[in-house]
Design a protein around this ligand. Sequence first.
Ligand SMILES: CC(C)(COP(=O)(O)OP(=O)(O)OC[C@H]1O[C@@H](n2cnc3c(N)ncnc32)[C@H](O)[C@@H]1OP(=O)(O)O)[C@@H](O)C(=O)NCCC(=O)NCCSC(=O)/C(=C/c1ccccc1)CC(=O)O
Length: 256
Amino acid sequence: MPVGFEVKNHVAYITLNRPEAMNALDPESIADLNRHWHEVASNPDIRVAVLTGSGPKSFCTGTDMKASPPPTECMAAIYLRDGMPIVPAMKMWKPIIAAINGFAVGGGLEIALACDLRISSSNAKFGLTEVKVASLAGLNGTQLLPRSIPQAVAMKMLLTGEMISAEEALRYGLVSDVVAPEELMNLATKYAEKIASAAPLSVQAAKQAAILGQDMPREHGILFSHLLWGVLRDTEDRKEGFKAFAEKRSPVYRGV
Ligand SMILES: CC(C)(COP(=O)(O)OP(=O)(O)OC[C@H]1O[C@@H](n2cnc3c(N)ncnc32)[C@H](O)[C@@H]1OP(=O)(O)O)[C@@H](O)C(=O)NCCC(=O)NCCSC(=O)/C(=C/c1ccccc1)CC(=O)O
């Protein structure tokens, strides 16, 4: 399988598994990945996902430029039927952690930008290199990178295709943590299990409020967050959270 999938302790681990091609995405990987995102979104046992690449060198280098067949259908037909591939299937309120274990380039960086937490190994490199291969960072990179790091750095990366190091990515806030390669999955698991131990509906509401609120005027975002709080107020899990606190024990959340 070009994409590994395993669920443990409410965490889905998704591993791009073509290290010989720097985990570039061929059509089979894209289909596999999309199936896994649908599973993450629909399986109530899964509360959070971790996306990584196999091997020591690369997270993902985007489209497999050697294994992508020429189009057989015009883009308008595909776009108006399915939208853009890959990233839409990741749009969900369960959090996704990108554990970036090496090159995150082209569509690989764009996928990482669609994740909620980005942590990186010290050998990682980040770039939107599509201009070098006569394409465009069309998986939302042109929109998300300038909103994620300083505009001047984003424009340099977009226009020149230059890569930045893990240290620079940390400095610009593109990633939250940089660790030694052998520590990366431990840290990803630590964050994922922390998220999985919190109340799943609260976690999803927090993500929804933060993501949708970004595009709202501040007062609308505040009102929206009040409504979400109201939605959560009567959940069984909120009662359990308060009761467990009073009883000095760990809560047992069920997502109801
Ligand atoms: C990442 C690199 C700088 C690493 O260089 P290095 O010298 O360390 O390693 P290589 O020898 O180059 O790589 C080893 C091996 O892997 C193959 N490889 C690596 N990346 C790809 C790839 N993307 N496609 C196919 N094959 C790849 C490489 O050929 C070697 O194979 P071998 O010779 O051993 O058989 C360097 O690898 C590099 O620069 N890679 C390319 C990165 C890149 O340009 N990515 C952008 C691709 S375009 C894209 O992602 C798009 C996304 C998209 C947008 C909109 C909608 C859908 C998708 C644009 C698009 O598709 O048009």
